[in-house]
Each structure stands twice: as C-alpha cells, then as structure tokens.
Design a protein around this ligand. Structure first.
Ligand code: CP
Length: 311
C-alpha cells in the first residue's frame, strides 16, 4: 500500500511525480462512482470539509462540493460576502475560528498569492488550495493532467502548447510545472506584455508567435485574458488579440491531427477560442470539468489518510 505523505495540497511544486501519479491513479478509480445510479460511497462519513472561497468560482467550487458529498463528507460553504471578513476580521482570525469548529479539510480560494499556505501553517486541518492570486491552482493542473493522460494514454513526450494571459494565470504556472515534471515539453505564447520575465525557469519554452507554438502540438490549452488582474491594458484591442492569439479551425491545422484542445474556463468565446473549436471534435473542455470531480474526490481521500494499492 502507498500512503500520500502531504497534509496539504498548496501547489504543484511541492508534489513529486510519484505524488502526481498517485493522485491521477486514485482519481481514475474514483470516476466510476459518479456514473452509478447512487453516486455516493461512505469513505469520508463523519468528516467535515469547509469550502472557503474569497473569489468567484463555478467549476472549482461546485466540483469540490460534489466531490465531498459523493464521499459522504459534510461540506459547508462560506464566501467573502457571507463571512465576517466583511466586518474586518483578519484571514488568520477567520482560519483560527474555523479551526475551532474542528473541520478535517479547508478548501481555500483567495485573491492573494500565498494565503492558503499562511492558513495551512496555523491549522491542524488539511488545506487545499483552490487558486491563490497569480500563484497556483494545483487541482486544476491535476485534472488537466488526468484528462490528457486519459485522452492520450500518457503525458511523457507530449508537446503541450499553452496560449493566453500567462502573466496573470495561476493555471498556466501550475500546468507548466505539472506537465514538465511528468515528462512533457511545454511551449507558451502570448503578447510580450503577457509573458512574465523568467517564466522559462518553470521549465517551459517561449514561442515567438502562436503559429510556431501550436506547430506539431499534441495538446493546446487556451487561457482567457484575466482583465480583473491587469492593472494596465496589455493589448491594443480584443479584435487584434483574437487575430494574433485566438484559436480557430484554420490555425488548428498546424497542430497534430489528433490534437486535444483544452480550456480551464471560463471561456470568452470569439476572443481566445472560436465557437467551432470550443464545441468541436478536438475539444475536451467539458471532460476537464467531469474529471474535476473525480480528481477532487482523490484529493480529499488521500489527504484524509486514504491509501492506494501499489501496482
Ligand atoms: N477553472 C476554474 O478555476 O474555474 P472557476 O473559476 O469557475 O472555478
């Protein structure tokens, strides 16, 4: 039996390829539970999971909630608007008060990079990062790796193209780290204003333009422009951005014939991705969402001390 050795999941950086493989294998095994007529197992009965989201979310929040419920845990949601943070309570005081109610897991989304780690150091509960500032979105990267492994049968040796607002994307950072750790080669493209200095240190290559980025790609991951995190306007117009960095059926011809198209959502149709690509035969965008539930079930199971059969 193999045991998962982490109390918290805060980023991809701190996970080894063995940890990632254990999470993906466990998630693969969890997937079947969501296809049963009764989508529930008693594995985490008696455990309490707090979902503490201080930024908007559809996919991540709902899938963590469903994942907890499918494992029979009790899940409780709080958001910035409905918590006493609006009355001036600090993050640490909020965390200490949540801890006093003895939850087993706290899932946190926060606009500040490092906030989940700060909380993890102060509480006994496991902390799972559901996205912090520009820093990390580890469960998104894990579900993306799960989806690629499912579609391609492997990650090792694939060319993964990531295109869009790399500078403001925690999804890009976590995916670059994850896919390179698992043996893929990652190439990114964006307007120069959306490529952070030193991004190559994460293990990726920067392509000079979108066409060379997707040339021969096995996987193309499109990212939205994160206007809410940009202090200045980083490109002349949406139309120009779309012409240079939007994924269309015509551009897709440069990639491998069996290319897989991904997007973490939310999508801006007609800006970074055309309707026909988003809904076309190469798109696995909704499979990513389906896999998000299984992956988050695996996260809850393993940080709760669940074991995986060694094979
Ligand atoms: N991919 C993602 O994090 O989506 P949400 O913001 O809807 O959770």
């Amino acid at each position: 039996m193999m045991r998962f050795e982490h109390k918290d999941i805060l980023d991809i950086e701190s996970l080894s390829p063995r940890d990632i493989t254990m999470l993906l294998d466990t998630a693969e095994g969890m997937k079947e539970i969501s296809e049963r007529p009764v989508k529930k197992v008693p594995t985490l009965r008696g455990k309490t999971i707090v979902l503490f989201f201080q930024e908007p979310s559809t996919r991540t929040r709902v899938s963590f909630d469903i994942a907890g419920k499918r494992l029979s845990a009790d899940t409780i949601s709080i958001s910035s608007g409905t918590s006493s943070i609006v009355k001036g309570e600090t993050l640490i005081d909020t965390a200490r008060n949540l801890e006093a109610m003895n939850p087993n897991i706290i899932v946190m989304r926060h606009p500040s990079s490092g906030a989940p780690e700060l909380v993890a150091r102060r509480v006994r509960a496991s902390v799972v990062n559901a996205g912090d500032g520009l820093h990390a979105h580890p469960t998104q990267a894990l579900l993306d790796m799960m989806t690629v492994r499912e579609k391609k049968g492997r990650i090792q040796g694939l060319k993964i193209a990531i295109i869009g607002d790399i500078a403001h994307s925690r999804v890009a950072r976590s995916n670059i780290q994850g896919f390179t750790k698992m043996g893929a080669s990652v190439v990114v493209a964006a307007p120069p204003t959306m490529i952070p200095m030193g991004i190559e240190a994460l293990g990726c290559r920067v392509a000079p333009d979108m066409d060379s980025c997707i040339e021969g790609a096995d996987v193309i991951m499109m990212l939205r422009i994160q206007k809410e995190r940009q202090e200045n306007i980083l490109f002349p117009s949406e139309r120009e951005y779309s012409n240079l960095f939007g994924l269309t059926l015509e551009r897709l011809k440069r990639a491998n014939r069996d290319v897989t198209v991904m997007h973490p959502g939310p999508m801006n149709r007609g800006v970074e991705i055309s309707e026909d690509v988003a809904d076309g035969g190469h798109s696995v965008i909704l499979d990513q969402v389906t896999n998000g539930v299984a992956l988050r079930m695996a996260v809850f199971y393993l940080v709760s001390g669940g074991q995986k059969n060694a094979n």
